[in-house]
Every structure is written in structure tokens, then in C-alpha cells.
Write a protein that binds this ligand. Structure first.
Ligand code: ARG
Length: 594
């Protein structure tokens, strides 16, 4: 269930009965549980609106809301809040429902299912993937998993930067300096060779006019479908994909589609036609441009911030080359007409915000009706507070693969320090799951809009809000179950999944806190998927792990007996199931033993 949504509905009904007004109850979880589980804040605004005492209104609402079976008590506090304490038996019943729902752990599906394209990762051909692409990959993958789990039809699309003026330079450069063996099938670092040649070529083009012209000619030939150039371009794409696939494999990230920018090449002239037909663009010094001021003057609706834009939005350069802008418009047309998408979601660095605002504004003016969202994210910083470099002090590129190697190495080292003993033959696998999980969790636990510091020590920790801590909490419960099987009374609890129907008892305060936390899972999942905020899941998992720890310390499980033991084992099973499900929504694996 979605507990806050449910309480808000009940609260709204109480507001209506108490005041005759149709107004939100504004239910929020309390920060201090001594005052209650939830707080209803709606009376304050109503007091202002009805020009009467918020406390009196709060008292009237409290009287109604307490009739709801979920609510045990409702007390007026402060200038007009209502503190709600939920009924423990009601919570216990919701938990029993969740326990029985092995498929979905009590998380409902959305009513209105949509077809959603998620554009994520999207690195560029012949270049190393950088840290920004890593963030897009990790966040985008989690967003896909969340949207899928709540029931949407999701298409993950890797919109590779595989087309553009750089390929003219690369073609001539490769013919001049390239070593095909270095970017062929068995090459160690194919992207390294492509980058080396590209650097030479762009330097040469600066002061060698004939070379620059040759690059433009080769680009034109490529775009006109010249077979030799096309084959060369394909070999660049294939070489880059081999390196990319290695990183995606290690991250466990997959895509439904790989429709790079080149896919839309033939649609680009049509995009310009349709912009012109709608009077949205015009020629300026040979280039095709959108002047937002002029678009607004012609009576069309233009977002305010674009009116402040001095530079036009260029959709075709004066040499006839198309741009990122025109490609994105064509891509949208394709997603709408061919993929029949209801929504197109872009997981791309916040710094590309202006680009997407302009693309989205044009899409609306072209009457493309589909939901458009730019899901931005901040910059990864080093411990010095400056943007994390993908080159080390000596100027060497730190590849993402070497970053993941380091994560695994540090995870292994850290487990030795923590005295966690792992059988020799499992060490590599455990280091992999913990290391990769730590990198992903460190990213996903942040509100994606903020910048965050890449800090190995905080990331690989078994104590704070870190991936290994959550994975460890899970493994500990699994080990509890292995032991429980030797206890006669718990013989039924063979696995967390086929746990028998059980009456949940929430007598001890720690049991109740854990139960209340478990009941909130569905709400967290839905909020995270609606707002594209995976950190809400990480927060939940961290709170849940801590609530479980406190419960486990205060409430003996294996030493308890009868219905009490059965209930405590059920709480442990549900905790483990939520930890596993929550981590999988973040794209993080679990280990049964650590
Ligand atoms: N290739 C671009 C970059 O590296 C990201 C593409 C994002 N997706 C899009 N449809 N524009 O910055």
C-alpha cells in the first residue's frame, strides 16, 4: 500500500466533515516519534483561509480522523497541528498483507500505465566515457528499474553520440597515422588509439588548410553513404562499443535500444522543413536559427527564461551541418511516432538544462504531444572539492574500468580490516558485489541534483549510509535464517519467500518502529519513481537497516518462543526481502553470506 497517500485521503475526508472544506490534510511523518507517527498540518492554512482559530479547526479534524480504524489517537499540538498515532493492530495487518505478497512486497502498481523512453548513459564514440556518463548510467538504470517495477512499459535507450563533424577528422587522421591493429578486435585500449589519432588530426587541421578541407570532404562522403568511409566509421563505432560493453557488463546495466544520433540522419532535413513551416526558424548569415524573441512576437508561447536568451538556437550551421539540437528534435519525432511513447525522459547532466529547455519548447510548438522531462544531476567532485578529473596527476586518463577495479580492490582490503572472513574461493565475487555496489550506492544515495564528493572511505563502509552496510544487514538476516532452521519452532521458516502466514505482534517499541518503517516501503517506491529520485529508496534502506539493528538488539529472535518467535522471524524475513528488493531497484546485488 501507499501509506501516506492513504492517510492523506482519510485526512481529507476528516477535513471535509469537520469544516465542509475541500482542502489537503498535509500529512507528514513526524521527525520525533514521541509525538506520534504522522502529523496533519492542514489546519494552519485553513485557519488563515476561514479566519478562525487553527487550534479549533485542528480539534474538529482530530475528532473526525480518529474514527478511521488506522488511527489510534489524534492530538492537537502547537499552534494547530494534529499528531496522529497509528493503531498497532492495523499496522500489523498491513504487514501480514505484505508478507503474503511475495511478487510485489505490498507495493501496488500504478493505475495509468505509460510507455516511457528513458534516454540514459549516451556516451560519445571514439571518446572515453567520463564520470558524468557513469552517473547517467547508474541513475538512469535505477530510474528504469523503478518505473518498470511500478508497472510502466519502459524502453531504455542509449543515445550514443555517433555522428558529427569529428568523423571527417577521424577518417583522414586514421588513414594518415592510425594503426588498425590498435583499435581492432583484439586491441587492449581501442578508444585510446582513436583519441590519440583524433588529437593529432584536430591539431593538424588548425594550421593545415588542405588537411582541414580533406576532412570536410571525407565527412561529406560519409554522410552521402560512401561505402569505404562508412565501413571505417562502423569500425570506430564497433571499437568503442567493445569498451563500453565491458563497463556495462560490470555494472550489470542493459539497454533495450541503442539508437545513436546517426539513426536520425535522414530525418534531419525534414526537421528543418517543419520548423520553417511553423515559422519557428529562419536563416541568419547562412545558418538556420530559432530567435526566441521573434517567435514570441509572432504570438507563440515561449518560456520566459528563453526570452532572456541572447543567442539564437542554431539548428543547422552555415556549412549545412546539422547539430545536437536538430538530432534531438528528430529523435523526439521518432519516439513519438514510431515508439509510440507517452513520455521521453532524459538522464543528462544538469549543465545541459538550457539545451533541453529549448528542445522541449520547440517540441511543444511543433505540437508533439508527449511528456518531456530532463532528469538532471550534479557534478562528481574529488575530495578537494573540485570536479573529479578523469586524468590523474601525470595526465593519464583514469578510465572507468580502472575506477571499478579500484573499487573492488578496496572492498577486498576493507573486509580484511573489518575482520570479515570469506572463504578463499568466494573472495573475488564478494569483492566484486561489494565494490561495484559501493560505487553505485554512493551515487544513488545523494539527491541527484546536488554535486557530491567521491570519497572512497565513506563509500566502502560497513557503518554509515553506504552500500556495504546495507548489503551486510541483508547477509546478517540470511545467516539468522540459516541458524533458525536448526531451531525446532522455526523449522517452517525455510526461506524468507515462502514464509507462512503469521500474526505480527508489535508489542516492543523496537518492533513497532521496525513495523512502521516496513509499512512505508510502497510509498517510498512510488515517490521515487514519480519524481525520479532513487535516493528516497537509499534513505529507506538505511532507515530500515538501522531499525532492524535496534530491533535485533532489543528483541531476541532465536531465544524467543512460539507466536512471538514466529512474528519476529516474519519481521526479519520482510526486512530482508525489502532490502533485497530495494537494492535491486538501485541496480545493486546482494550476497547471502558475507
Ligand atoms: N552524448 C551526449 C553527451 O555526452 C549526451 C546525450 C544525451 N541525450 C540526448 N538525447 N541529448 O553529452
Amino acid at each position: 500500500m501507499r501509506i501516506e497517500t492513504f492517510l492523506e485521503e482519510q485526512g481529507r475526508l476528516a477535513v471535509k466533515s469537520a469544516t465542509g472544506q475541500d482542502a489537503p490534510a498535509l500529512i507528514r511523518p513526524t521527525t520525533d516519534s514521541t509525538h506520534g507517527d504522522y502529523q496533519l498540518n492542514g489546519a494552519m492554512a485553513l485557519g488563515k483561509r476561514l479566519k478562525s482559530s487553527p487550534r479549533e479547526i485542528a480539534a474538529a479534524i482530530a475528532e473526525h480522523v480518529v474514527r478511521e480504524p488506522a488511527v489510534m489517537s489524534a492530538e492537537v499540538a502547537g499552534p494547530g497541528f494534529v499528531n496522529l498515532r497509528l493503531d498497532s493492530a492495523w499496522i500489523a495487518q498491513r504487514l501480514a498483507d505484505g508478507l503474503a505478497d511475495v511478487q510485489r512486497d505490498g507495493v501496488p502498481e500504478v493505475e495509468a500505465k505509460q510507455r516511457i523512453v528513458v534516454d540514459f548513459s549516451s556516451p560519445n564514440i571514439a571518446k572515453q566515457m567520463h564520470v558524468g556518463h557513469l552517473r547517467s548510467t547508474i541513475i538512469g538504470d535505477s530510474i528504469c528499474r523503478l518505473l518498470r517495477f511500478v508497472g510502466h512499459d519502459v524502453t531504455g535507450d542509449n543515445h550514443l553520440g555517433d555522428w558529427g563533424t569529428q568523423f571527417g577528422l577521424l577518417i583522414v587522421g586514421m588513414r594518415t597515422w592510425g594503426d588498425p591493429a590498435l583499435f581492432g578486435k583484439d586491441a587492449q585500449d581501442p578508444i585510446g588509439e582513436l583519441e590519440r589519432v583524433y588529437k593529432l588530426a584536430s591539431a593538424e587541421a588548425k594550421d593545415n588548410g588542405a588537411f582541414a578541407q580533406a576532412a570536410r570532404d571525407e565527412l561529406k562522403k560519409l554522410q552521402d553513404g560512401d561505402p569505404e568511409n562508412h565501413a571505417l566509421w562502423e569500425s570506430f563505432v564497433a571499437a568503442t562499443r567493445r569498451s563500453l560493453d565491458q563497463v556495462y557488463d560490470r555494472l550489470g546495466v542493459t539497454f533495450d535500444l541503442w539508437l545513436g544520433e546517426s539513426t536520425y540522419h535522414s530525418m534531419l532535413p525534414g526537421v528543418i522543413d517543419s520548423l520553417q513551416k511553423h515559422d519557428l526558424s529562419r536563416e541568419d548569415a547562412g545558418a538556420e536559427c530559432v530567435f526566441w524573441g521573434e517567435v514570441a512576437e509572432s504570438g507563440k508561447e515561449v518560456p520566459k527564461e528563453l526570452l532572456r536568451q541572447k543567442e539564437p538556437f542554431i539548428v543547422r550551421k552555415k556549412d549545412g551541418a546539422y547539430l545536437y539540437s536538430s538530432t534531438d528534435l528528430a529523435t523526439l519525432q521518432y519516439r513519438k511516432d514510431t515508439l509510440k511513447a507517452d513520455r521521453s525522459v532524459y538522464v543528462v547532466d544538469t549543465r545541459q538544462g538550457l539545451h533541453f529547455k529549448q528542445v522541449f519548447a520547440l517540441a511543444r510548438l511543433l505540437d508533439m504531444e508527449l511528456g518531456l522531462e530532463h532528469v538532471g544531476f550534479g557534478t562528481v567532485l574529488g575530495t578537494d572539492g573540485k570536479p573529479l578529473r578523469t586524468r590523474d596527476a601525470s595526465g593519464q586518463v583514469v578510465t572507468l574500468a580502472s575506477l571499478l577495479d579500484e573499487a573492488e580492490r578496496r572492498a577486498a582490503e576493507h573486509m580484511v580490516q573489518e575482520g570479515i572472513r570469506i572463504p578463499e574461493d568466494q573472495k573475488a565475487e564478494v569483492a566484486r558485489v561489494v565494490g561495484i555496489g559501493a560505487v553505485k550506492y554512493a551515487d544513488l544515495r545523494q539527491n541527484r541534483s546536488s554535486d557530491y564528493q567521491f570519497d572512497w572511505d565513506k563509500m566502502i563502509s560497513f557503518k554509515g549510509n553506504a552500500g556495504p552496510y546495507i548489503q551486510y544487514a541483508y547477509a546478517r538476516i540470511r545467516s539468522l535464517f540459516r541458524k533458525a532452521n536448526t531451531v525446532e519452532s522455526a523449522a517452517l521458516a525455510l526461506d524468507m519467500d515462502d514464509f507462512p502466514a503469521t500474526q505480527i505482534l508489535l508489542d516492543q517499541p523496537e518492533e513497532r518502529v521496525l513495523g512502521l518503517c516496513l509499512v512505508r516501503f510502497g510509498e517510498q517506491v512510488h515517490q521515487a519513481s514519480e519524481q525520479h529520485l532513487p535516493h528516497l529508496i537509499a534513505d529507506h534502506l538505511y532507515n530500515l537497516s538501522r531499525a532492524f539493528s535496534a530491533f535485533y538488539e532489543a528483541c531476541p529472535v532465536l531465544k524467543s518462543k512460539g507466536p512471538q518467535q514466529q512474528s519476529r522471524l516474519a519481521l526479519a524475513a520482510m526486512t530482508a526481502r525489502q532490502l533485497r528488493r530495494g537494492l535491486s531497484l538501485l541496480g545493486i546485488e546482494v550476497l547471502d553470506q558475507m
